[in-house]
Ligand binder design. Structure first.
Ligand code: ZN
Length: 498
């Protein structure tokens, strides 16, 4: 067989698996957006069937043999070589998980998600506990099957952030405690800013329309995506030409819907910017969750919570809500959206206390996989950590341990990538401004074309060609450096708290 045919054959196999996985993803999207409650059980098995078929292809002899042949092929381009190398690594990892096991996890995540929804509805963790216990048992089994050098949690972290481990994260979270804590204390000593202007009645439709306008201005392509409502906002991609976002509605808090939209919009721009000709291949998918999160955070925080952004958008917003915001000036609004206050809900936290929410989840997940805590004791552990790190106590499970969807999906090891994302975002944002001194003036004029193009060429176009560490070095000339985030925080909050 000729070498060209080998690579073509490889591409076809990979794209077949991608088709199955993307069909499963579409069913999952529907499950969280439109599906009636009774559909859950059958939907679970439908998704499991498709996932298992994809898994079979990705671990099958056919792919293994073609990869084998491609290894000794010296005619491949650099990108083709990168795809072959990454697919081989993925295959080795996938092969460690038997097909039955993958189907069981997929099925359990549907059961677990439904239990989580019900537990939230009834505001009772005990309704979630049995399904969660089973999920944790499966993930412990997964860690053993995949293997790890030092800590069982490493096996799960590596799935979302290649190379991440407890050893790598300990110093990161230590610096959150050591470096961020004093900044938080300094802010607490200042006269507090008010967010009263955000906590009025904002009718749903006008909020929704405004979020669509902002997404459009950012460059989100509505011919290759759409926005819907879900319990927990998310982005999901079926190809670079169909990338959907969801948001949530709170008519009594303006901050909830819009920044969820901007955040998910940042994720979606990344997915829409992946090279379409690499569909189904490693170079056609995102680098890592940390880098993914850097894109959402850059748009949500560095851009969407900046004074310059609102100097452009605020008059437009005031026209939509003349009664609520007509007499509120832009500086007051800017301070309100950047108020720092320890709170209960991670997704509504400010840019500083946010990292303590992540720190708590990181510590709890580590304990779960060390076998240092029982599922029944999780709510009390959660509540005591919130008192310790943030000085707040959740009155009920819904404002506490039941707030995040992640554990119901079995996504342990996911949370730390949120903090990594903020730190990468600050570093990228600083370097982007340096490379284009007009960038901030453009944000002030509601123009985001140059910024998006910079992200497209620096980050999106590469897919998984580089690891997050390599990509960061390539873009910024150095490894992840938390100092960029600390500088960003210091500069911003000097403005907010004068
Ligand atoms: Zn995100």
């Amino acid at each position: 067989m000729s070498t060209t045919n080998n690579y073509q054959q490889y591409t076809e196999i990979m794209q077949q698996a991608a088709d199955l996985n993307n069909a499963a993803a579409l069913l999952a999207w529907d499950q969280e957006v439109y599906m009636p409650a009774k559909g859950a059980t059958t939907r679970g098995r439908q998704i499991a069937t498709l996932s298992a078929m994809a898994h079979d292809i990705l671990t099958g002899d056919k792919l293994g043999q073609v990869l084998e042949r491609l290894h000794s092929d010296s005619t491949l381009t650099i990108n083709e070589k990168a795809n072959v190398k990454l697919s081989t690594e993925d295959m080795e990892r996938n092969k460690k998980l038997p097909t039955d096991f993958v189907a069981e996890i997929s099925n359990q995540s549907s059961v677990c998600f439904t239990a989580w929804l019900e537990a939230r509805k009834q505001n009772d963790f005990s309704l979630f506990a049995p399904a969660l216990s089973k999920m944790i048992a499966l993930k412990k089994q997964q860690a053993e099957l995949v293997g790890y050098a030092q800590h069982p949690y490493d096996a799960l972290l590596d799935e979302y952030e290649k190379g991440a481990s407890v050893a790598m994260l300990e110093p990161v979270f230590e610096s959150i405690q050591k470096e961020l804590y004093p900044i938080l204390q300094r802010i607490k000593e200042k006269p507090q800013v008010s967010d009263a202007c955000l906590l009025q009645h904002f009718p749903k439709d006008a909020q929704w329309e405004f979020s669509l306008e902002v997404l459009k201005a950012m460059g989100y392509d509505f011919d290759a995506g759409r926005q819907d409502i879900s319990e927990h906002p998310f982005t999901i991609s079926f190809s670079a030409d169909d990338v959907r976002v969801t948001t949530r509605v709170d008519e009594n808090n303006f901050a909830s819907l819009l920044w969820s939209s901007i955040h998910e919009g940042g994720h979606a721009l990344y997915e829409q910017g992946l090279p379409t000709q690499q569909y189904g291949l490693p170079l056609g998918s995102a680098c890592s969750l940390g880098i993914h999160e850097s894109q959402s955070r850059l748009w949500e925080n560095c851009v969407g919570r900046s004074l310059e952004f609102w100097e452009y958008f605020y008059p437009i917003l005031q026209k939509k809500f003349p009664q609520q915001l007509g007499n509120v000036d832009v500086k007051t609004f800017f301070k309100a959206i950047n108020q720092v206050a320890p709170s209960l809900i991670r997704t509504e936290a400010d840019e500083i206390t946010y990292h303590f929410h992540v720190l708590i989840r990181y510590k709890i997940e580590k304990m779960i996989f060390e076998g240092a805590v029982e599922v029944a004791d999780l709510p009390s552990l959660w509540n005591s950590m919130y008192e310790q790190y943030l000085g707040v106590k959740p009155p009920t499970d819904k404002e506490g341990i039941l707030q995040d969807v992640h554990w119901s999906h079995g996504s342990f090891g996911y949370f730390p990538t949120y903090s990594l994302g903020s730190f990468y975002a600050a570093q990228f944002w600083a370097v982007a401004q340096k490379s284009n001194p007009q960038l901030v003036a453009q944000v002030k004029a509601g123009q985001f074309y140059d910024l998006l193009q910079w992200l497209r060429t620096q980050v999106h176009a590469h897919g998984r060609k580089y690891t997050s560490e390599e990509l960061c070095e390539k873009i910024t000339g150095e490894k992840l450096n938390i100092q960029y985030f600390l500088d960003y925080v210091n500069k911003k909050y000097a403005l907010v708290y004068e």
